[in-house]
Design a protein around this ligand. Structure first.
Ligand SMILES: Nc1nc2c(ncn2[C@@H]2O[C@H](COP(=O)(O)OP(=O)(O)OP(=O)(O)O)[C@@H](O)[C@H]2O)c(=O)[nH]1
Ligand SMILES: [Mg+2]
Length: 311
């Protein structure tokens, strides 16, 4: 495939087109992903998650400056649930907010869920694979940690940063959706807020209680993303943390990424085939039967699966 070859040579326009194909599930996208697969697994993927508005994009922007200065080829993916409920800015605004959106050594792409979270996770894995094939040394994936599906996305990362702010209620968020287990580094952003000392103590106390259970508590780094304060120290710590991973650990993390991606692909394919096997009219007939209380939805779901075993 021509586009695959161009992408492998690092052609940015080919990369952008390839991502669009993958996002739109264009019929050729699977061939494209197959063609580039042998060239994946080379980048370091860093996941950055946190509540809406916690300063993820501002931090990513600050990190981007340091990363490109060190001569690394950088890719950024901003995963956007674009739900009216998260109250965040609209997609375009978020990207424009990044100073590095005009920097040619940084490739930035944002992805919207279009209301289908499972598919978003699959697409994110695919987009990361394309960035790897295009020769990015480092890929930053920004995702809003509002729910299980969004947090799930950071499972494709070798290093996970969880961004917290001094606002009340954050310690609930840490434990929600298993964020605690996946964080390698906690970033306490908006450290310019007067409540940041209190939050830091609470956070350290929470993490220490995890330490008593034999888990090494992740570090807490304080930043003011808007002024750049603490970002250099954070980047140092990220590099230190990556260097300290043993070859076995790195292999394990890469395996986790592959296993996660494989599961997402399988899940999506099964869902797709089931939808194909159950045309809308037939589906509505089943709904009618459930409405009439003739049969419960669980029994019917099992029956549909049994009848479509070959799909
Ligand atoms: N005071 C202060 N404001 C900050 C800091 N970091 C970010 N902000 C502001 O917080 C707002 C949200 O920042 P973003 O970087 O867009 O946050 P985000 O987490 O990417 O937001 P979403 O992608 O919408 O979830 C912006 O107005 C930033 O200028 C900080 O350290 N201190
Ligand atoms: Mg953002």
């Amino acid at each position: 495939m021509k586009i695959a070859q161009e992408l492998l040579r690092g052609d940015t326009r080919a990369l952008a087109r390839a991502i669009t194909l993958v996002e739109n599930r264009h019929p050729t996208s699977q061939d494209l992903l197959r063609a580039v697969f042998p060239h994946t697994g080379r980048s370091v993927v860093v996941g950055i998650t946190g509540a809406p508005g916690s300063g993820k994009s501002t931090l990513v922007d600050g990190l981007a400056g340091l990363i490109t200065q060190s001569g690394k080829n950088l890719g950024i993916v901003a995963v956007d649930p674009s739900s009216p409920f998260t109250g965040g800015a609209v997609l375009g605004d978020r990207i424009r907010m990044m100073r590095h959106s005009a920097d040619p050594s940084v490739f930035i792409r944002s992805m919207a869920t279009r209301g289908y979270l499972g598919g978003l996770a699959r697409a994110t894995g695919d987009v990361v694979a394309l960035l790897e094939a295009a020769g990015k040394d480092l890929v930053l994936v920004e995702t809003v940690g509002v729910g299980q599906d969004e947090v799930e996305v950071v499972r494709l990362a070798e290093l996970v940063l969880v961004i917290l702010t001094p606002d009340a209620g954050d310690d609930v968020q840490i434990f929600k959706a298993g964020i605690m287990e996946i964080a390698d580094i906690f970033v306490l952003n908006k450290a310019d807020s007067p409540d940041s000392g209190t939050m830091e103590r609470r956070l350290n106390a929470l993490l220490d209680s995890g330490g008593q259970r034999g888990v090494i508590p992740p570090l807490v780094m304080k930043t003011v993303a808007t002024s750049g304060e603490g970002i250099e120290a954070l980047w140092e710590e990220m590099q230190r943390s990556l260097r300290s991973q043993s070859p076995e650990e790195r292999e394990q993390r890469q395996r986790r990424r592959i296993s996660w991606r494989f599961k997402m692909i399988l899940r999506e394919k099964i869902a797709e085939r089931l939808t194909d096997a159950l045309p809308a009219a037939e589906f509505e007939t089943l709904v009618d039967r459930i409405c009439r209380r003739e049969v419960d939805p669980y029994t019917l779901a099992d029956r549909v699966l049994r009848e479509n075993r070959e799909v």
